[in-house]
Design a protein around this ligand. Structure first.
Ligand SMILES: Nc1nc2c(c(=O)[nH]1)N[C@H]1C(S)=C(S)[C@@H](COP(=O)(O)OP(=O)(O)OC[C@H]3O[C@@H](n4cnc5c(=O)[nH]c(N)nc54)[C@H](O)[C@@H]3O)O[C@H]1N2
Ligand SMILES: Nc1nc2c(c(=O)[nH]1)N[C@H]1C(S)=C(S)[C@@H](COP(=O)(O)OP(=O)(O)OC[C@H]3O[C@@H](n4cnc5c(=O)[nH]c(N)nc54)[C@H](O)[C@@H]3O)O[C@H]1N2
Ligand SMILES: [Mo]
Length: 767
């Protein structure tokens, strides 16, 4: 039997602290995943469900976007994948009775953890204007309300359609089609807050905004640099790939302000050696960089490579540079001038370590750089990633085996959603193809991304907010501003599997539309359906859930979009929405005609393991940039500036959360259990600032607008973070991230660089 949902909302401000660990996974990971799974699902369902994760006939893990190896292991999941599955496949249910018992105002006082623990949503609910409680509503009425509000807008651009990256390709394609049929490109998505900086930098330099390596490349690499990523928690199956590379002789360098346990040593839970033994040491060189120091680091390494070329030649891949690249000379002239003092200040690294990295590069033929949020969520994220590209281009480390760029995506289908057209700035070619296929003129003007959507809601320009999954108010920056913006809307609508904060911070009217998840069986009038997803390495494959859905009458995301589209666009709209809703093959046939690489989609998606999307730079060293070449770019050295007496705060994930979904209150590898309101500070900084271990402080962010942003009541933990920086969990600290503090070009919030000062604890409101 599954355990009942907790009635109480546990305090999160007094955790136990012990020493951080130095290895990830092993037996404890297996134990934790099984315990969490059986609490949510009971023993029988746990066995039936976890056996189907990432198997050819099963469903795609709703956790991260890491790809599945060709020959799938019997248990191709990880501790955190098991938690993601348990969270969705839970036997707990939220019914109309729950909403009758809890007024919205009361739910707004609850923690995100408590809301999520209540179980799966089971029927459509409406919060009417002036109402205090959500009440049941029929699907027909729900769609009619949304249609009515959409039609009442002066312009289609008065609506925004958000997507979180769990949405399937089929649902995403139908969804963007609906938005564009309506007449808007307002399609913000979680990517705007995630890997947008990677996309911006890669499109400009290589012509494709996606990674260029496959799992096989990782297995064959000589050197893998993992920068700004914590795979032990966020992409645990990546550790198996790193282990395999390591056993084949690869060296691993991790670049991180924190010594993350998963990068130090890995005890593979899929074999006896990993379960019982010491596991595999992963990192050969740990560069404990200051927050935001990566641009300086890559510039410095590049400078050393240029110097080595001048000294003894044989360093650069001249043939590759000649044939495939543009802008090398101009870039090199600038790179040679890199100022050592500035590098030392920005990175905080001893110069000898940077030289060690350069010499490792010189002795490696095949180099891969992996990265995630530690690089993307900075003001200078795009230049940083462009400099990573320069680094790889120098020695021809693109488009050959064992080498390339590897931005490791977050949500399990975030990459696929973008491929399907979830983008506020779609290419002309995509719109042409879409318009031709569906015989209409799509809107050409760029739409709002996530940050601009908040501004538009704040200013009354967006009045209807519709979310396909996600937890917009908790995931976005400047929580107070965002919540006020959301409350200004006429209507807020969430298609969701689980209850979250965004359901209780509402517009004048609000709807919760419950939906099927990855693990659920999806049967329509035409029979059992499956969906498809694209992983972080551009592999597309099918996903088929097998569980009985949490309630009768639940609709899939595809069905919700199609019925809403019909209700809004009317019977005269020529799109066969009814066919789409009943038969996902008919959606895939359209995708095949609109999106390059999806020809014969229905046939290819049925092949075991799916198929790979074409990628010019990877497949043939062809670079579809504006110049037709791989572009070097000049990226002046910059790093965050932090005034005296302040620290730079990064907001990151604990081991027991999936973005805003909190599975539990432990961060096991970092030695923190039973709470989340902690701030990790280097003991030397703590001493200088008078921050006693175990003491409580308010975090106050400083930004040029002078507005006070305060996150009260955080416990100080002395922790080996790089000097000058601090770390605390997201989403509790989103209140500190100013809406206007975004990355240049990509407009991604700077969630890894918030200047904070520490003030005496003012206590939790209401406590
Ligand atoms: N279990 C689980 N899995 C997940 C998620 C989850 O929440 N839980 N989230 C999913 C999503 S959407 C995403 S995008 C990914 C996120 O995956 P990650 O990017 O690994 O997530 P974060 O916790 O934000 O970790 C950022 C890492 O970068 C480091 N870092 C921060 N700033 C810097 C910097 O300036 N330079 C360098 N070199 N390092 C820095 C931090 O110390 C930390 O190790 O994971 C996905 N997978
Ligand atoms: N400060 C700070 N802020 C950040 C980040 C950070 O590192 N620091 N990271 C950013 C990143 S990388 C990302 S990706 C965003 C994440 O932003 P979001 O994607 O918006 O947030 P999630 O927490 O992943 O969304 C969880 C909700 O999705 C719903 N859900 C889950 N599965 C399904 C499904 O199959 N279908 C539907 N319809 N709904 C489902 C559930 O109701 C659940 O409550 O947050 C960003 N915000
Ligand atoms: Mo993400």
């Amino acid at each position: 039997m599954a355990k009942q949902a907790p009635q109480d909302d546990p305090a999160q401000d007094a955790p136990q602290v012990s020493a951080p660990q130095h290895a990830a996974a092993g037996l404890p990971a297996v134990g934790h995943s099984l315990r969490m799974a059986t609490e949510q699902m009971g023993a029988r369902r746990t066995l039936a469900t976890l056996g189907k994760v990432n198997q050819p006939d099963g469903f795609d893990c709703p956790g991260c976007a890491w790809p599945e190896p060709g020959k799938t292991h019997a248990a191709e999941f990880c501790e955190n994948g098991a938690k993601a599955v348990a969270e969705e496949a839970t036997e707990r249910r939220i019914t109309a009775g729950f909403f009758a018992a809890h007024p919205v105002a009361e739910l707004a006082e609850r923690s995100g953890y408590w809301l999520g623990q209540q179980g799966r949503l089971t029927e459509p609910m409406l919060l009417d204007e002036g109402g205090t409680h959500y009440t049941p509503v029929s699907w027909e009425r729900a769609f009619a309300i949304v249609a009515e509000e959409l039609k009442a807008l002066d312009t289609p651009d008065g609506a925004a359609f958000y997507t979180s990256g769990r949405t399937s390709n089929e649902a995403a394609f139908a969804y963007q089609l609906f938005a564009r049929r309506l007449g808007t490109n307002n399609l913000p998505d979680c990517s705007n807050m995630c890997h947008e900086s990677s996309g911006s930098a890669l499109v400009e330099t290589l012509g494709v905004g996606k990674g260029s390596v496959s799992l096989k490349d990782l297995h064959q690499a000589d050197l893998i640099i993992v920068a700004g990523q914590n795979p032990g928690t966020n992409h645990p199956r990546m550790l198996s790939a790193l282990e395999r590379a390591k056993r084949a002789g690869a060296k691993i360098v991790s670049v991180n302000p924190l010594p993350e346990a998963g990068l130090e040593r890995f005890k593979n839970p899929q074999n006896a050696r990993g379960l019982a033994g010491h596991g595999t040491k992963l990192t050969d060189l740990f560069l404990q960089i200051r927050l935001g120091g990566d641009l300086a680091l890559f510039r410095a390494v590049n400078q050393l490579l240029l110097a080595a070329e001048e000294k003894h030649g044989n360093v650069l891949d001249h043939e590759f540079l000649q044939q495939h690249c543009l802008g090398f000379e101009e870039w090199a002239a600038d790179a040679r001038t890199t100022d050592r003092e500035a590098v030392l200040a920005a990175t905080g690294l001893p110069y000898g370590q940077i030289e060690e990295l350069a010499s490792m590069v010189l002795s490696s033929r095949r180099v891969i750089v992996c990265w995630a949020m530690g690089l993307t969520q900075h003001k200078h994220a795009v230049p940083t990633i462009r400099e990573v590209v320069n680094f790889l281009l120098l020695r021809g480390n693109i488009g050959r085996p064992g080498a390339g760029v590897c931005p490791v995506r977050g949500h399990s289908n975030v990459q696929g959603d973008r491929t399907m057209g979830i983008f506020e700035r779609p290419s002309g070619a995509f719109l042409d193809a879409l318009g031709k296929e569906f015989a209409f003129e799509p809107p050409r003007e760029h739409g709002f991304d996530a940050v601009d959507t908040i501004r538009a809601m704040r200013d009354g320009r967006v009045r209807v907010f519709f979310a396909m999954g996600g937890n917009f108010v908790a995931a976005t920056p400047d929580t107070d501003v965002t919540e006020a913006a959301m409350r200004r809307c006429r209507l807020t609508v969430h298609v969701s599997t689980k209850l979250n904060r965004s359901h209780v911070v509402t517009g004048a009217r609000a709807l919760i539309l419950p939906t099927l998840g990855r693990t659920d069986r999806d049967v329509t009038a035409k029979g059992a359906q499956f969906v498809s997803v694209e992983d972080s390495m551009g592999m597309v494959h099918s996903s088929r859930g097998g569980l009985r859905p949490p309630a009768r009458g639940l609709l899939s995301e595809v069905a919700i979009v199609c019925r809403l589209a019909r209700a809004t666009l009317g019977p005269q709209d020529s799109t066969p929405w009814e066919d789409f809703a009943d038969d996902y093959d008919s959606v895939r046939d359209r995708i095949a005609r609109v999106v390059p690489g999806f020809e014969d989609f229905n046939e290819k998606v049925r092949r075991p393991g799916g198929f790979a999307l074409p990628h010019g730079p990877r497949d043939s060293r062809s670079f579809p940039t504006t110049t037709g070449k791989a572009n070097f770019s000049v990226n002046p050295l910059t790093a965050p500036e932090v005034p005296a007496g302040r620290l730079l705060l990064q907001t990151l994930r604990s081991h027991d959360q999936y973005n805003t979904t909190i599975y539990g209150l432990d961060d096991r590898y970092r030695g923190i259990t039973g709470g989340r309101r902690v701030v990790l500070v280097n003991p030397a900084d703590a001493a200088a600032l008078g921050l006693a271990e175990g003491g409580y402080v308010d975090l106050v962010s400083e930004w040029r607008d002078g507005v006070e942003r305060r996150a009260p009541h955080f416990m100080v933990v002395h922790y080996p973070v790089a000097l000058g920086g601090a770390a605390a969990y997201y989403p509790e600290t989103n209140v500190l991230v100013p809406l206007d503090s975004t990355a240049d070009i990509s407009n991604t919030p700077t969630s890894k660089a918030v200047v904070v000062r520490f003030e005496p604890d003012s206590g939790l409101p209401g406590a």
